[in-house]
Design a protein. Structure first.
Length: 168
């Protein structure tokens, strides 16, 4: 703690005082443009993830091998993640001090971490053996669980993201 102020709050206050933060926050257009880009690329990223999750759950593209579905959408997922992450960082920079106290923002960060861990565990465990279950329906229980958890986590991330504006 620096002078009684938590270090993280001090860091957020410093970010909020930067010229980049001020330009985005005080512009008639920049915040809205960045937020629009963030929403569009969140939709791209979560949409491609949802296609994989629904395949794992046996709801869509059931005749397609899971590996083919993953290979088709993963480049789009990464592109969406890169632009969504960059625009999200810019949105955070523009309102870092306000984000510090925002419960919805904090929950969103935890959910993003959980969704990332879920994806990492899926790709480093059950998906490594995709050759054994690629065309099998239903997919293995662990794959279905990862898919269902992913749907739930990304839905919660989006709800929290939309809720951030209502917690000041």
């Amino acid at each position: 703690m620096a002078g009684g102020v938590p270090l993280l709050l001090e860091w957020c206050n410093r970010i909020s005082a930067t010229s980049l933060s001020t330009v985005i926050r005080e512009s008639d257009w920049w915040f809205n443009i960045i937020e629009t880009v963030h929403v569009i690329f969140t939709t791209l990223m979560v949409g491609t993830i949802l296609v994989v999750d629904l395949r794992l759950l046996g709801i869509v593209l059931c005749r397609e091998p899971a590996s083919r579905v993953v290979q088709a959408v993963v480049p789009w997922t990464w592109a969406g993640l890169a632009i969504m992450g960059t625009s999200g960082l810019l949105l955070f920079i523009s309102e870092a001090a306000q984000a510090y106290d925002n419960v919805a923002f904090r929950i969103k960060l935890v959910l993003l971490l959980a969704a990332g861990v879920n994806a990492l565990l899926f790709h480093t465990t059950i998906y490594r053996a995709v050759g054994e279950w690629d065309t099998r329906l239903p997919t293995p229980g662990r794959a279905r669980t990862a898919g269902a958890l992913s749907v739930a986590l990304w839905t919660a991330v989006i709800v929290c993201g939309r809720t951030i504006a209502y917690f000041h």
